[in-house]
Design a protein around this ligand. Structure first.
Ligand SMILES: N[C@@H](CCC(=O)N[C@@H](CS)C(=O)NCC(=O)O)C(=O)O
Length: 377
């Protein structure tokens, strides 16, 4: 009675219920089919089970080191358009501070600073190239920010250049302070912190302006050169070095004010802590070498040192390199082929370069700057 007034249930579960219940007055073959179907259903279900999430220890072992070593060279993402940081000349030869970071890693791993393949990346492309695994390291005047660190699946390495955002104008423009940029057309590159900082600064001061933005660095500077913009904004170091490539550098000036903090640091993809540690300590080794007064010029003498810190740092005593999974003398390789941080800075941006950029905040901590390596022990 009760069964009769209940609406007829349709669908998947009803089919199974009927198949197994007395509603099918069963012949043996019907039951057999039912069990067969149920068995195959369970089999399909098991096959579709999602692959379990990798546990913490397997996340940390993506093993980029193995990939790099078996490839026999490092693939390093750079700009290629910024003299002093990364620039490729007509002969295809790369130079600059960012380039030397790549060369230092190759020196440490292969005892050969030339075991690097460079990839030119603009501001927009750089993070995808790292996330997709196309490059092993990004060494391209990239500002370390919270958003990029946590949101873009990157792991930032030690800062190699403390920078700040600046503005360049024509000398005869009468622009001296940020307030003078009211209603100006300002050139900037997209995909950068530059674009965002400018907006914040102008909003803060309630100044109207017109951003004129380009994806390509050459297009940005060409627009400024041609008079499309009254001012151009970028990292100050970038303005200083790109000014030298304008048709009339002496007619342009990088203004004194700094509108942001731009700590420029290499980055690797998140999720391979072993690779991140290796890259991190190779970079620190150039800074520590300067701190310990070890350079490519005095390396042979320093290798005879009795100083315990120096001996451990150079891998004569202890097993710092070996424990990290690289050659125990990795620091020697870096210094021999690329030099300490001061040598790298001076030849690319400082006193031995056309740019003559003072060390400023990029001095060692003990000389009033921010460059500091944690202890090698
Ligand atoms: N440090 C800033 C700006 C970096 C940046 O891409 N600056 C431009 C302006 S000079 C540049 O280097 N472009 C070179 C290129 O696209 O190859 C950031 O990380 O967003």
């Amino acid at each position: 009675m009760h069964d009769q007034i209940r609406p007829r249930r349709k669908g998947f579960w009803h089919f199974w219920q009927r198949l197994f219940s007395k509603q099918i007055h069963g012949r043996i073959w019907q039951k057999a089919i039912a069990w067969l179907l149920a068995g195959s259903f369970l089999f399909v279900l098991a096959a579709c089970e999602p692959i379990p999430e990798p546990n913490q220890s397997s996340i940390g072992s993506t093993n980029r080191l193995k990939t790099v070593m078996s490839r026999g060279k490092l693939v390093c993402g750079v700009s290629g358009e910024l003299p002093g940081f990364s620039f490729v000349n007509k002969e295809g030869k790369y130079s600059g501070l960012d380039v030397d970071v790549c060369r230092a890693i190759a020196a440490a791993l292969f005892d050969n600073p030339d075991a690097v393949q460079f990839r030119n990346l603009n501001a927009k492309e750089r993070f995808t190239a790292l996330q997709s695994g196309e490059i092993d390291v990004l060494s391209r005047n990239t500002t370390w920010t919270l958003g990029r660190d946590t949101g873009s699946r990157l792991a930032f390495m030690p800062v190699v250049f403390y920078d700040g955002q600046g503005v360049m104008v024509r000398k005869d423009s009468n622009i001296k302070a940020i307030g003078d940029l009211k209603d100006a057309d300002i050139c900037a590159q997209t995909g950068t912190t530059t674009e965002q900082n400018l907006a914040d600064q102008m909003r803060k001061r309630n100044l109207a302006y017109k951003p004129v933005v380009y994806e390509d660095v050459n297009a940005t500077f060409n627009a400024y050169q041609s008079g499309r913009c009254k001012a151009i904004t970028a990292d100050r170091s970038a303005l200083v070095v790109r000014r030298t490539r304008l048709a009339d550098p002496d007619n342009h000036v990088v203004l004194d004010f700094v509108i942001s903090k731009e700590p420029l640091a290499p980055a690797v993809a998140d999720g391979d802590s072993k690779w991140a540690d290796i890259v991190k300590w190779i970079i620190f080794s150039a800074i520590e070498a300067e701190d310990l007064d070890i350079s490519s010029a005095n390396l042979t003498t320093q290798l005879q040192s009795k100083n315990a810190d120096i001996r451990r740092f150079l891998g004569i005593d202890g097993s710092l390199g070996k424990d990290m999974g690289v050659s125990n003398d990795f620091t020697v390789r870096v210094i021999k082929h690329v030099g300490n941080y001061a040598e790298i800075y001076d030849r690319n941006l400082g006193k031995d370069s056309p740019f003559q950029l003072p060390r400023g905040q990029n001095e060692l901590w003990k000389n009033g700057g921010l460059m500091y390596a944690p202890p090698f022990r």
